[in-house]
Design a protein around this ligand. Structure first.
Ligand SMILES: Nc1ncnc2c1ncn2[C@@H]1O[C@H](COP(=O)(O)OP(=O)(O)OP(=O)(O)O)[C@@H](O)[C@H]1O
Ligand SMILES: [Mg+2]
Length: 361
């Protein structure tokens, strides 16, 4: 996957900007609030997904402009392709994000998912290490949905069964035939849950060693990262586990066991990263996981996604920064930084953003 050119009009604070990135590393540099993240967000939107900042479509349009346009040329699936994304305001003729791929109108932007792929690191992702298990499950589930279209269906069936079972457990005493109903729900949960668990286990078995390898490179072997799936029970034993927990679940009044309660263990030098990791170590760990995610996507789908690393350098020491500014080869990567001296330390292409403009070299 290679982005050759991106032209944005009336997008965020970028009135008009033309980005011609390096096929490998591009470093986007500028002071706070100038438009660096906006530029990365523009690249991200070419994937067809919604903003990684959780922004509403209307917020993407430059204030006072009627709509925003993003036009890009990229290389994927062994050919040159073009994409044109428009974002219309709430009351406009065509509100929301719409896409045209290779000259063909595809309607909603979500319809072009899979043609241009990217993996993004944004500082909020630090919650992967710092936060609770639901963020780690979301990380897993998002990656698996992208890789295996059937995963989303299995996850939805599972989640629906959990909701139904929770409703039953709350009103267990007053529901006629509750025991039979519970058994039916548990059979469904065991089947869909096993599918979810098998995918998560296989994915983490692949991701873990890749992330550990990346971490070793980033930290120059200073520490070891290990990532392990913490399943809710042994493989193939979810049905049995649900049965053994039935009485406890009835007392609690909700589902206590299953993939919706699982976690991923992230250890730095054998200690939980969340509790003992320093800021830089936690950041390195998330970064190592994100780069591993990109490698997994590349290996499984046959095309390495573009990597968008927002504000990744802060809190990293010189050696770790050097890894990001010089060692990323071959895969197309975008790194943003406020460090005006970055140009002296990178072998990538330097792009300066100021007041919503890309400055001429
Ligand atoms: N819809 C919009 N219309 C006009 N300006 C906008 C819009 N959305 C955001 N902005 C402006 O864009 C600027 C922020 O840009 P961005 O988030 O890209 O900054 P940045 O260069 O990444 O800064 P930092 O280094 O602090 O992360 C802010 O000044 C904000 O007011
Ligand atoms: Mg920013």
């Amino acid at each position: 996957m290679r982005l050759h050119r991106l032209e944005v009009t009336d997008f965020r604070n970028l009135r008009h900007a033309l980005l011609e990135p390096s096929p490998e590393l591009t470093v986007i540099c500028g002071a706070n609030g100038q438009g660096k993240t906006n530029l990365l967000e523009g690249i991200w939107l070419l994937t067809g997904a919604k903003s990684f900042r959780g922004a509403k479509d209307a917020e993407l349009i430059r204030r006072d402009a009627p709509f925003a346009v993003l036009e890009a040329d990229f290389f994927a699936a062994e050919r040159e392709q073009t994409v044109r994304l428009t974002v219309g305001g709430v009351g406009s003729q065509r509100p929301g994000r719409a896409a045209r791929l290779n000259g063909v109108d595809r309607g909603r932007a979500a319809a072009i998912a899979g043609s241009f792929t990217a993996v993004v690191f944004d500082p909020n992702h630090l919650s992967l290490v710092k936060g609770g298990p639901e963020g780690r499950r979301r990380f897993l589930d998002a990656a698996l949905c992208q890789l295996y279209p059937g995963y989303l269906a299995a996850l939805r069936r599972y989640t629906r069964a959990v909701t139904q079972k929770n409703a039953l457990l709350k009103a267990y005493e007053i529901t006629p035939g509750a025991a039979t109903l519970l058994e039916t729900f548990n059979e469904g949960l065991a089947a869909y849950g096993a599918e979810v668990m098998a995918r998560r286990a296989a994915y983490l078995a692949r991701l873990g060693p890749l992330a550990a390898h990346n971490y070793r490179d980033i930290s120059r072997g200073a520490e070891l990262l290990s990532i392990r799936y913490l399943p809710c029970c042994e493989e193939g034993k979810l049905g049995e586990k649900l049965q053994s927990m039935a009485a406890t679940e009835q007392r609690a009044g909700f589902c206590l066991v299953g993939p919706h309660r699982e976690d991923v263990e992230i250890l730095i030098d054998g200690q939980p990263g969340k509790i003992y990791g320093s800021q830089g170590q936690q950041r390195s760990a998330v970064l190592a996981m994100k780069l591993a995610e990109a490698t997994c996507v590349g290996d499984i789908l046959g095309e390495h996604p573009v990597m968008l690393l927002d504000d990744v350098l802060s809190e990293l020491d010189d050696d770790r920064q050097a890894y990001l500014l010089t060692r990323i080869e071959d895969k197309q990567t975008f790194v943003t930084t406020c460090d005006s001296a970055a140009f002296a330390r990178t072998n990538g292409k330097l792009i300066r953003v100021r007041g919503g403009r890309i400055e001429p070299e």
